[in-house]
Design a protein around this ligand. Structure first.
Ligand code: ZN
Length: 99
């Protein structure tokens, strides 16, 4: 009997060259082959792709000098805006000088 699970994971990336920050959404399919070894398939938009720590290139400058953050990192760092406007409450709380 083969079991297979699918989980959706959102990975934040940062380019070490141009400092762009962005996110990619993956669906990770985990199952077992006939030998009982774990199989992990990373997919994006229904296509099998390299895992996020391998082969990712920056969409801005095209370099492979890309690092990932731990999952959930961006949620605790509202100053990183992913190039889109921050939520209003985060702007009010975090962008005011404390003086
Ligand atoms: Zn870049």
């Amino acid at each position: 009997m083969r079991e297979e699970t699918s989980t959706k994971e959102t990975w934040p990336f940062e380019c070490l060259r141009c400092l762009r920050v962005w996110e990619e959404e993956y669906v990770v399919r985990r199952g077992r082959d006939e030998h009982g070894d774990e199989i992990v398939v990373w997919t994006r938009d229904g296509m099998a792709v390299q895992p996020p720590w391998s082969g990712m290139t920056c969409p801005a400058c095209g370099r492979g000098t890309v690092t990932t953050f731990p999952t959930g990192y961006l949620a605790h760092h509202p100053e990183i805006t992913l190039g889109r406007p921050a939520p209003a409450e985060a702007t009010l709380q975090d962008c005011r000088p404390s003086a």
